[in-house]
Ligand binder design. Sequence first.
Ligand SMILES: [Zn+2]
Length: 345
Amino acid sequence: MRRFKFLRDLQPGDLGDNAEQFLERHASPLCIFIEGEDSARTRAFVTLSHGNEPSGLLALFRWLQSGRRPAVNVVCIVPSVAAALAEPRFTHRMLPRARDLNRCFKPPFDDAQGALAEEILEILKVHHPEAVVDMHNTSGSGPSFGVCTFEDRQHDALVSLFTRRLIVSNLDLGALMDISEYSYPTVTVEVGGREDEEAHALAWEGLCRYFEADDLFAVPDADWGIELLRDPIRLELRDNVTLTYDETPQVNYDVTLRKDIEHHNFGAVTPDTALGWAEGPVTRLFTAQDMGGRCALAQIVRLENGILYPARPLKLFMITTNATIAETDCLFYAVADDGTALGAV
Ligand SMILES: [Zn+2]
């Protein structure tokens, strides 16, 4: 069963007045083909894998409305239309009880989300794009960054169309980039918070650069001044450990993180930066594994007199203040304060 609806040669008049109307009109996962000046090459643009992350969709809609023609063909994949249209609109990451689509790009593909992921991989295979950009919003407000599984000049060039911060990570979580990277240079771009005007603006400007560049990888010796963050470690909660965010320790929860912890996103923290409160030992509350699967908790957090501190100077990012995301995904990612992998010698 095909889940995607395939659209091509869209005219500005076919679109509706806004992105929401456009989705309503089709009410299914969308694959939109835009023919380029050079129709022998194709790039892929994936967005709205999460229904509550609209920046990429808004940028794509604006492009379609403009009637402009990209430098090469672009195949645009917009999967989570149903989640985006569930009321209240653009607030559901996925439909209730569904798996996170960006964890489904590895077998088994035997539920609805898995089938959708498998079909996205098939579409990519058919078009064999010269690059894949997967655009997301971060869960909270925050700066933009790129993520890729593999770093080289091609990935630097691709990321630099959008942002100057690049996380190199190969956690094999089942994200689109984990698998598409084997066939095409792929980057995930997080343009910033889903409600941030800045994020929408960056999505638009980056999309224009990505669609309009004649050669994405042209400049051989450019220095893009990219800040690299290598092999971050995820701090996760153990099962049944309860978490809340507040300004003072909350006795009814195992862990209270400071409400303003997000302010440390991409900043350096020292062993004196209080992150929150908990009753130890930390190994009962959290897990953190390095690339080799070894416990790295001793390098991430420590408890002193009921206060939770970084174990050493760190750079933290993708910090959430949403307890549900923290419980089902992770609390934050950490690297050494110079951006290198923790535990590297
Ligand atoms: Zn996302």
